[in-house]
Design a protein around this ligand. Structure first.
Ligand code: KG4
Ligand code: ZN
Length: 368
């Protein structure tokens, strides 16, 4: 049962309760280096979800090359949207709204998804909803696939919906944010990183120790063979604030690498990876649990690319005294199902945007 703040920012949208609860939303995501489209129903059920990753294209540059990303989005976006509709066995006329990432993200990437979404909205007459990518990461924890009797997902339980007040940790390649979600669409920003995002720290440290891009999965894999106590890297607790900082940790790894390189040829990559990963996980989990306690959150939600990290998932599940929601692995990194589900809750709230909407490459959660 969905309970929503009844205030409508845009009363023109039809508000028939049946139509809205069963609404089918097309989501489009092109904020960084994944081209994605998805159709979801009832805010939670994934009918189709496709992600075309550009990871291999960017690996040669050691990070995302913005112009290459935009060009690749142009090539991929129409086939991806077509396939998402085909796999859902739906036409645009069967849908209720189109949700598209408006920001934050790379300007040249965002405009590709935005222009395609506007074209589809214009052609179909469907409402268009611009979505904040960080909010969408949070809503990825509401998603589930249709239950299936056989196959890889057989027997997977549908998680209960997160309950409010909910302590939210977003850890992605571009952001690390701690927020209190008091109800659907209502956020109180508690803190954020003062320098590198957690994912950015994984990517930069991976490069320092000779691992490939993206660094998060590479560090996780290397760390499995390493000793997390081999090096005692610093933890920036930033007492009395809910902020994070990872640049000192990155510099400490760099110093260690330089001094190791003076005395030996091969770096102890697994030990460096495991010790770095443990330092990041300690701070992320420690501050999230402290904040949940301080703000009387009843549950915790962790989302964003870094929430795919096995050590982080295990540590927070073990240490938290309350229910912790973390999306399934394939929904942690960028996808369009999360854009569609955030779009559903905005749609239910009576919101939509005009065809004059522009992208917002810097759009903090606090401005929602
Ligand atoms: O959310 P996301 O797909 O894109 C942004 O919105 O930024 O996050 C990508 C980030 C990258 O920095 C990547 O290294 C990191 O998530 N990441 C991980 C793991 N998988 C992806 N970090 C740690 N462990 C992982 N398993
Ligand atoms: Zn993301």
């Amino acid at each position: 049962m969905v309970t929503m703040n009844p205030t409508s920012q845009n009363p023109q949208v039809s508000k028939s309760p049946d139509l809205q609860i069963n609404a089918r939303i097309l989501g489009i995501e092109t904020s960084c280096d994944e081209t994605a489209a998805a159709v979801i129903e009832n805010g939670r059920l994934i009918i189709s979800s496709l992600v075309a990753s550009q990871v291999e294209l960017h690996a040669q540059f050691g990070g995302v090359f913005p112009e290459v990303a935009s060009r690749q989005h142009i090539r991929t976006i129409y086939p991806i949207v077509d396939t998402a509709l085909q796999q859902a066995h739906l036409a645009l006329s069967d849908l209720d709204a189109i949700a598209v990432t408006r920001g934050p993200g790379l300007p040249g990437s965002l405009v590709i998804g935005m222009n395609v979404a506007k074209g589809l909205a214009l052609a179909s007459g469907l409402p268009l909803i611009g979505i904040n990518h960080l909010e969408a990461h949070i809503y990825s924890a509401w998603l589930h696939w249709p239950p299936v009797p056989n196959g890889a997902r057989a027997g997977i339980q549908i998680e209960p919906e997160p309950r409010f007040p909910l302590l939210v940790l977003i850890v992605s390649g571009g952001h690390t944010e701690l927020a209190l979600m008091e109800d659907h669409l209502k956020y109180r920003r508690l803190g954020a990183t003062l320098d590198d995002a957690a994912g950015e720290a994984f990517d930069k440290v991976a490069r320092l120790i000779g691992l490939s891009y993206p660094g998060g999965p590479a560090i996780q894999k290397a760390a499995e063979e390493g000793n997390p106590k081999a090096f005692s890297f610093p933890r920036a607790w930033l007492e009395d604030t809910w902020n994070f900082s990872f640049s000192g940790l990155k510099t400490a790894v760099l110093r260690e690498v330089r001094s190791l390189q003076k005395v030996r040829r091969d770096l102890p990559v697994a030990d460096l990876a495991a010790s770095f990963q443990e330092a990041v996980v300690d701070v992320l989990v420690g501050k999230t649990l402290q904040a949940a306690d301080e703000f009387n959150a009843v549950e915790i939600l962790v989302a964003g690319g870094v929430s795919a990290n096995r050590a982080l998932r295990a540590a927070i599940h073990t240490q938290a005294a309350c229910q912790v929601h973390i999306p399934p692995l394939s929904l942690c990194t960028d996808n369009a199902a999360m854009i569609a589900t955030a779009g559903y809750y905005r749609f239910l709230n009576g919101e939509h945007d005009g065809l004059d909407m522009d992208v917002l490459p810097n759009w903090p959660l606090s401005e929602l």
